[in-house]
Ligand binder design. Structure first.
Ligand SMILES: [Zn+2]
Ligand SMILES: [Zn+2]
Length: 378
């Protein structure tokens, strides 16, 4: 028995997760696989700030105020912490359905649609839910084999469904979604302030020095200033513009994805059911609302043990008491089309999945959804 225990190979769940993410620090850090632009972001921020600390700060601290470099350092640290918080966290990835869940959903869809004659296209896989008296469509994800919760979307770069998907941001090297949106917004806001701050004090520095020793000799003495001014000038427009755009979205409680698709534009007489119709309330919900735990359980342990039915073939068993995070409660709700024989069999195979703390329960009943969602049509 002890030999068996020793030979067991412990595996963390992040090692088996599908999708195109990379993990560091034994699953604690999670990012998209493509990180080239993220390194450029780091280089631009750290490089520009280093030049500012080296060339302008000593002069400004002596001739104006020592508070100038102190505030710059604090702002720089805040920008970096918000960037790394956005980049290294789970944006709200939804787990894919387990094989038995996927086959049950398939069976449920087939039962609901009936027999489609050969040659005819099957109807689109959509479920309708009612949120704040608005009918919202839940679309089926053919990759994750789930009906996505409202506001979720599949990121083609990360190959995952992400809850309250905003967009995939190559600059931060991660998706922006339910779990990291507020940090992303604080990053863009603080970066705007930092860029304006450095740009302003670059100009002040050049003007003060030029009075003493002339413009040309000032530029020769501090060559980094010209580079900083150029980087800040071109960064300013895009970052401030982006911050303004996200401030507008937050005031409406809307995501970039919904804005681009025109989800709540009123075309289909569907108003945004998440908006409180009040800018302050919308801002409070997006920026100060509750934080959500990751439902991936990345650092949970999987243990390979010999499968008794087929000697020698290992099977993976979840040793973690936390329930498997692949529940698809909304799509799995049996309806009148569900075959009777399917209902007890699913219930019998996964009794613990009925716990309300499972992720898709959480996503559907979470405080971010201001209304109780109920299935209204099939
Ligand atoms: Zn998906
Ligand atoms: Zn992504």
């Amino acid at each position: 028995m002890s030999a068996v225990m020793i030979s067991r190979k412990a595996t963390r769940k992040w090692e088996k997760l599908p999708g195109k993410n990379t993990f560091c620090c034994d699953g604690r850090i999670m990012m998209a696989r493509q990180k080239g632009v993220f390194y450029l972001t780091l280089f631009l921020i750290i490089g520009t700030c280093s030049l500012f600390f080296a060339f302008e700060c000593p002069y400004l601290a002596v001739h104006l105020s020592p508070a100038i470099p102190v505030f710059a350092v604090l702002l720089f640290l805040f920008v970096m912490s918000m960037l790394l918080r956005t980049s290294f966290s789970d944006p709200g990835v939804l787990p894919r359905a387990l094989p038995e869940e996927a086959s049950f959903i398939e069976m449920e869809i087939e039962a609901a649609n009936g027999n489609v004659p050969a040659g005819q296209r099957p109807p689109p896989r959509i479920k309708n839910v009612q949120i704040n008296n608005q009918i919202v469509k839940l679309k089926y994800c053919y990759t994750c084999k789930i009906f996505r919760p409202p506001r979720a979307s599949h990121c083609s770069i990360c190959d995952n469904c992400v809850d309250r998907f905003d967009h995939h941001c190559p600059w931060v090297g991660n998706c922006v979604g339910k779990r990291n949106y507020r940090y992303f917004y604080l990053f863009t806001l603080s970066l705007s302030l930092l860029t304006i701050y450095i740009f302003t004090f670059d100009i002040v520095h050049v003007v003060l020095r030029s009075v003493d020793s002339g413009f040309v000799s000032t530029i020769k003495e501090t060559p980094g200033t010209v580079l900083e001014v150029l980087v800040c000038f071109f960064t300013l427009w895009s970052v401030v513009g982006l911050t303004g755009f996200h401030t507008y979205l937050i005031s409406l409680n809307q995501t970039t994805n919904e804005d681009i698709k025109g989800s709540w534009s009123g075309k289909n007489r569907v108003q945004n059911p998440y908006s409180h119709k009040n800018i302050i309330k919308n801002c409070c919900e997006v920026l100060c609302g509750p934080t959500y735990p990751s439902v991936l359980d990345r650092r949970g342990v999987l243990v390979d043990i010999p499968n008794p039915s087929t000697p020698g073939a290992p099977s993976t068993v979840n040793s973690n008491p936390v329930p498997q995070t692949t529940k698809t409660t909304a799509p799995l709700i049996p309806n009148e089309h569900t075959p009777e024989e399917a209902k007890p069999s699913i219930g019998a195979t996964s009794p613990k999945e009925e716990k309300p703390s499972t992720p898709r329960d959480a996503s559907l009943k979470s405080p971010s959804n201001p209304a109780v969602i109920k299935e209204s049509a099939h």
